[in-house]
Design a protein around this ligand. Structure first.
Ligand code: ASP
Ligand code: MG
Length: 456
């Protein structure tokens, strides 16, 4: 059994729905029974959240106008997918869903109150709609399908807006709800993103939460693989907009995927697939529009591979903070004081390097910088450098390789390196450079570590 999750762009239009059906059918015919987990049609979750925001500002007409556009978008897709007469049951379901959203928006507007709980109630409709459309379309086109409301089995706590799975409830409920359908030889179509509290109140797993749903369902049913179908080929050796020769990574470890996610490889949030990786279920990222590509396989520990470097990534728009204090020499508790200041102002530190008398670090958020600076001044001299970037080389078992640091520094020999740090995870070496040098650094490092790709 296999989980196939399709993101918003994969169900963004009628032709994408058709493509999704083909992909599901291919697995179905080869005897690999899929559970299909769908996101909302691209843009719909945002649109629904906007409706809620307009309603709470007492701008109900604008909210309802926006809602009408969202309904039109779904009806367009239905019109393109089905010949006339369109399936009356599906049209009735779509009508009913929009009727319910309408009632919710009026309530929000009259009360002038939009709690996270209400946002969840409204924003989860996108998945309910896309999955209804797909199930009806699949059934009419030769794939016996059963639509399943994920709120029947994906039980969560009450952290609205970012609910946590209640595994003790989920595992038996998912098996009891989905296995009988699979045993009847029907394909399951369900929703990502949404869940329900034990009392039956709708929740969501947080933005982008459909990957999490796929992972949860895959774990509950012991899937052989979880496929995340999206609009990119997978994780890459560098950002292809910057390095045209960048190539797709066949396999990455969970740790590597986590490192890359920080650098904005927005393919998926690694935490969402952690449960699957822990249960040794492989997660594969695939491109819906180019299904013949191999994609990227994420596992706990990928098969041995000669490549020492996995990817080169950067993050711009950071600020470096330098604290210099002779008092630090052989004193204890100094770093604790530094960390305490950052914790007090809820500013997370990205990268840190220390010497006996100085601490250098980078931060992303700067709204509390003035206060942080004042507090740090009690500990030593403080200097700030704005507009820096982290450039990182994510690799494998650096500690067992010699010469990698040398290669990194020779590739960057003409670039001013402000700070250097080796990750505790044994898989990254990061440098801080001026923001304007970051692109050049990425290109030079990619050229250094992936020469075969450049000359190919
Ligand atoms: N539709 C939801 C969102 O846009 C969940 C998802 O697509 O993963 O955040
Ligand atoms: Mg997504």
């Amino acid at each position: 059994m296999l989980v196939m999750k399709f993101g918003g762009t994969s169900v963004g239009s009628a032709s994408r729905f058709q493509q999704v059906l083909k992909l599901v059918q291919t697995n179905w015919q080869s005897g690999n029974k899929p559970v299909v987990v769908l996101s909302a049609v691209a843009g719909v979750t945002n649109g629904l959240i906007e409706c809620g925001q307009l309603s709470v500002k007492r701008n109900l007409p604008a909210a309802l106008e926006q809602l009408a556009k969202l309904k039109e978008k779904h009806l367009e897709i239905i019109k393109d997918l089905f010949s006339t007469p369109q399936p009356p049951a599906l049209l009735a379901e779509v009508d009913a869903a929009f009727g319910q959203i309408d009632i919710l928006l009026r309530g929000i507007s009259y009360l002038g109150e939009l709690s996270k709980r209400s946002v969840d109630a409204v924003s989860g409709f996108g998945e309910l709609l896309s999955s209804r459309i797909f199930a009806a379309y699949a059934n009419l086109n030769g794939l016996p399908t059963e639509w399943m409301d994920a709120r029947q089995f994906l039980i969560t706590d009450e952290t609205f807006g970012r609910a946590n799975p209640d595994w003790a409830e989920i595992i038996p409920k998912t098996k009891a709800s989905l296995n009988p359908i699979l045993e009847k030889n029907r394909c399951v179509v369900t929703q990502g993103f949404i869940g329900s509290t034990a009392d039956g109140v709708s929740t969501t797993l947080g933005r982008g939460g459909s990957d999490f749903s796929a992972s949860i369902i895959g774990v509950a049913l012991h899937a052989s693989e979880i496929q995340i179908w999206t609009d990119v080929d997978g994780m890459m050796t560098a950002d292809p907009r910057l390095v045209p020769d960048a190539t797709v990574l066949d396999q990455v470890s969970f740790q590597e995927a986590s490192e890359l996610a920080y650098f904005g490889a927005k393919v998926l949030h690694p935490l969402t697939i952690k449960p699957a990786v822990e249960k040794s279920i492989p997660v594969r990222i695939l491109n819906t529009t180019k299904p013949d590509r191999k994609g990227t396989l994420i596992t706990e520990s990928p098969a041995k591979n000669d490549a020492t470097i996995c990817s080169i990534a950067s993050k711009k728009g950071l600020t470096a903070v330098f604290i210099h204090s002779p008092r630090m020499l052989m004193a204890h508790g100094f770093l604790a004081k530094v960390f305490d200041i950052f914790a007090r102002y809820e500013t997370s530190i990205d990268l840190i390097a220390t010497s006996e008398v100085s601490v250098s670090l980078t931060i992303d958020r700067t709204d509390e910088l003035d206060r942080i600076k004042d507090a740090l001044s009690e500990l030593g001299d403080v200097n700030i450098m704005h507009r820096v970037a982290i450039v990182t080389v994510v690799g494998r078992q650096f500690r067992q390789q010699s010469g990698i640091a040398g290669q990194i520094f020779s590739a960057l020999s003409k670039i001013n390196i402000i700070m250097i740090s080796g990750g505790a995870s044994d898989i990254n070496v990061s440098c801080v450079v001026n923001e304007e040098d970051a692109d050049k650094a990425i290109k030079q490092l990619h050229h250094e570590f992936f020469p075969a790709v450049i000359t190919a």
